[in-house]
Design a protein around this ligand. Structure first.
Ligand SMILES: [Zn+2]
Length: 310
């Protein structure tokens, strides 16, 4: 590096760090020392002095929290260079780290509020709340689904929990929602009755549906509990179909039986169920997953991946 290049580098550093430069340098070593001085001054300015103390033995500052070094002595690799005491960082998170973490937490909290809007009671459903009394195979499968969500998002594959009332289907779906949220994905949990009402009052129905497609994962609780009308059938189909077309996974819970899901004579429902059954693994909520006639092999891989009997 020529003296000129060093001077240019010095000016750049000076601009970046906003530190007053040292007296003009006449040789490479002095320029380098000048640069070091600027960086050292910058570090000095960012020092958290209230958490440090002077270590009498070494004459250097240490951290009160972790005991790590906050100062060290370095000698620039030039002939005649003088050793210099400079700031260094201990292992404690810096104010900047803490601010970043705080920002991350706020973002996460906001995402959680959005996710469980209208079903706030689901916010507390997490895998660590599982009391171990339920079917552990189902818990494991739900956990694995959440852990491998990246793959399921790519493939647009979801789950359809079915079974009688009060068997914990919603709990499983909410646990997955929380776990996938925690990975930083956009998740929305709602239910069919609610979306049907919301779409009824929405001025921009297409916009409402497009909005639901912006989430990486959409949980729709209680299929079949929405008001029964042709209009609602149409709206529910539109939502399910929009996710299907977007290749975006849904997790659905329902009290409907497999017969009701697969053999309904009502064409209005049948097309919605067909869409769901094409992209959701059917899971009976007593642990015994059930094969859909004629589609057994297609689901084998996913069932294996979720640790369920094939
Ligand atoms: Zn420390």
């Amino acid at each position: 590096m020529t003296d000129q290049e060093l001077l240019a580098a010095q000016r750049r550093l000076q601009k970046q760090h906003g530190v007053t430069p040292p007296a003009p340098a006449s040789n490479a070593a002095a320029v380098a020392e000048g640069m070091l001085a600027m960086v050292a001054a910058k570090a000095e300015a960012g020092a958290e002095t209230e958490t440090e103390y002077l270590d009498e033995d070494t004459g250097l500052l240490r951290c009160r929290i972790c005991g790590g070094k906050r100062q060290t002595v370095i000698t620039p690799p030039f002939e005649g260079a003088k050793p210099r005491t400079v700031r260094c960082w201990c292992n404690c998170p810096t104010a900047q780290d803490l601010a970043k973490e705080k920002e991350r937490q706020i973002k996460m909290e906001t995402a959680r509020l959005v996710c469980f809007q209208g079903v706030e009671e689901m916010r507390s459903c997490t895998f660590d709340k599982d009391d171990g009394k339920g079917d552990q195979q189902l818990i494991t499968a739900a956990r694995l689904y959440a852990e491998n969500f990246k793959d399921h998002l790519r493939d647009g594959m979801g789950l359809l929990y079915y079974g009688p009332v009060g068997t914990g289907k919603t709990f499983l779906a909410a646990c997955i929602a929380n776990a996938v949220l925690a990975q930083g994905y956009r998740v929305r949990m709602t239910n069919f009755a609610r979306v049907a009402d919301e779409i009824w009052t929405a001025d921009d129905k297409a916009g409402y549906i497009a909005d639901l497609c912006r989430y990486d994962l959409l949980m729709l609780d209680d299929l079949g509990a929405e008001r029964k009308s042709e209009y609602m059938q149409e709206m529910v189909y539109k939502i399910v179909n929009a996710r299907y077309v977007a290749g975006a996974p849904v997790i659905v819970t329902t009290n409907l039986t497999t017969d009701e899901l697969t053999k309904t004579a009502d064409i209005g429902y049948a097309r919605t169920y067909d869409r769901l059954l094409e992209k959701c693994l059917l899971i009976k909520v007593d642990g015994r997953s059930r094969r859909r006639a004629g589609a057994a092999d297609a689901w084998g891989n996913m069932r294996r991946q979720l640790g369920m009997e094939v």
